[in-house]
Design a binder for this molecule. Structure first.
Ligand code: PHE
Length: 453
């Protein structure tokens, strides 16, 4: 199939905005502040940035090159290089991961949508009441999923690019507005200190794992979202410049999000380690107390919903592109089909917050909810695992020399030192580091060290 009948980005700016839209989402504005808060602040921020540049960026280049080379979804991209054999299952893993992450991501995204109205109408409902109301949750879930389907339905230029162009530049503006506000609060300086003055004694093996996982989640890596977005890139585009622009934009947004949250948290005498509820429990309280909080709070949740939408779009686009390319299904049918399956998968997650005893407290997994299980398996394990396999696939099966040639099409300077450095990192450092971290995250390393001891 020619590139044009699949669609491609209208401009470099369109691609960068869309890819940044995929990357920047709940991962930056909801997840980054809470994991930073839980893991000691500034030292974690530095560790995260290190993981992004050392592991994330090389894998981002690999995913974009693979996508542009094949003009395909993750399964098609792998088949284009390895037509027979088991490698294609790596593509299937990506498609399945996209669908499964979307199913619970949409739930949290639906909350952000609900919180816009909660804040605007000054509704005193608590997070506890909100998250256990299954009718409310399901309604918000379906609304958000329909919005995502609506955009993906429109295709590459009409839908994804147009929306990202309008929505993405609004993000940093609203964040800066909140930061200026929260910095004027009394006691805010404590939060700034927490966020900017590193205490390296707080870094443990687990901190490294969380930072690496966050680097994958936040940059949409490890499941082929960037392969799919790269497949709509034109050959003359510069993968290096576009990729680095996206990553730097993401780090900026995360950094601003932390800046918007921590000074306010400390000024209000709250704990930065409140966990996943940080945004949904602490911030509304803060918005209620501070002057102008109605406006700031509403703007904040609008911002979060916008960011979540542009990420949800990319999660949906991966299975949709798979059906279009591999199963020759029309975009229209593919979008509704994947949307429908996502909806079914999402129901148990929506019931995981107290509405159903079974899904809130899985009998076969002590203290774990269905939602928690999905996030652990797909968000924490499948992404780094997929990233490790993609780096091995590109470096050892496709080969660094071939992948470098694809990158060099839009950037001749890449051949030579840059290509060698990238190749070495992708071939050895990325798989090795992720492997060790993976052993940690699944508890295998602890188990082994327990035996050795
Ligand atoms: N990066 C998105 C976020 O930060 C989530 C995401 C993960 C999107 C993986 C696509 C693929 O919210």
């Amino acid at each position: 199939m020619s590139t044009d009948s699949r669609g491609s980005w209208g401009s470099r700016f369109g691609f960068v905005l869309a890819a940044a839209g995929s990357a920047v989402g709940l991962g930056h504005i909801w997840r980054f502040p809470y994991v930073t808060g839980e893991h000691g602040g500034a030292a974690f921020v530095l560790l995260y940035i290190l993981c992004v540049f050392l592991i994330g960026v090389p894998i981002l280049f690999a995913e974009l090159a693979l996508g542009r080379h094949s003009h395909k979804n993750p399964v098609g991209a792998i088949k284009a290089i390895a037509p027979v054999g088991t490698w294609k299952y790596l593509g299937y893993l990506g498609v399945a991961t996209g669908l499964c992450i979307l199913s619970y991501y949409t739930l949290i995204a639906g909350w952000t949508f609900g919180y816009i109205f909660k804040t605007l109408m000054q509704n005193p409902i608590t997070f506890q009441e909100f998250s256990t109301n299954s009718l409310l949750n399901s309604t918000l879930y379906v609304i958000f999923l329909l919005m995502t389907i609506g955009v993906v339905y429109g295709g590459v230029q009409g839908g994804i690019e147009r929306w990202s162009k309008i929505l993405m530049p609004v993000l940093p503006l609203i964040l800066i507005f909140i930061i200026v506000y929260s910095l004027t609060l009394e006691g805010a300086i404590e939060g700034v200190r927490f966020y900017l003055r590193p205490d390296f004694s707080l870094i443990t093996g687990e901190t490294v794992m969380i930072a690496l996982g966050q680097a994958f989640f936040a940059n949409s890596l490890g499941m082929g979202a960037m392969i799919t977005y790269g497949s709509y890139l034109k050959k003359q585009e510069n993968i290096i410049v576009s990729g680095v622009t996206v990553v730097v934009f993401g780090i900026l947004i995360s950094f601003l999000a932390g800046f918007a949250v921590f000074p306010a948290v400390f000024a209000m005498g709250q704990s930065p380690a409140a966990g996943p509820e940080l945004v949904f429990v602490i911030l509304p309280t803060i918005f209620e107390m501070m002057p102008g909080g109605l406006l700031i709070g509403t703007l904040f949740f609008i911002l979060l919903a916008i960011a979540a939408l542009t990420s949800a779009i990319s999660l949906l686009e991966v299975p949709v592109a798979f059906l279009i390319d591999e199963k020759k299904v029309s975009r229209r049918i593919a979008t509704w089909l994947v949307g429908g399956v996502t909806l079914l998968f999402g129901i148990p997650s929506a019931l995981s917050f107290g509405a159903s005893e079974f899904f809130s407290n899985l009998p076969f997994w002590e203290g774990q909810s269905f939602f928690g299980m999905m996030d652990y398996i797909f968000g924490s394990v499948a992404l780094p695992l997929g990233g490790m396999m993609f780096s091995i696939f590109v470096a050892w099966r496709w080969k660094v020399a071939n992948a470098s040639q694809e990158i060099a099409l839009g950037n001749e300077k890449f051949m030579g030192f840059q290509s060698k450095l990238w190749g070495a990192i992708l071939s050895y450092l990325c798989p090795l580091v992720i492997f060790v971290v993976f052993l940690y995250s699944t508890g295998i390393l602890n188990w082994v060290s327990g035996i050795v001891r």
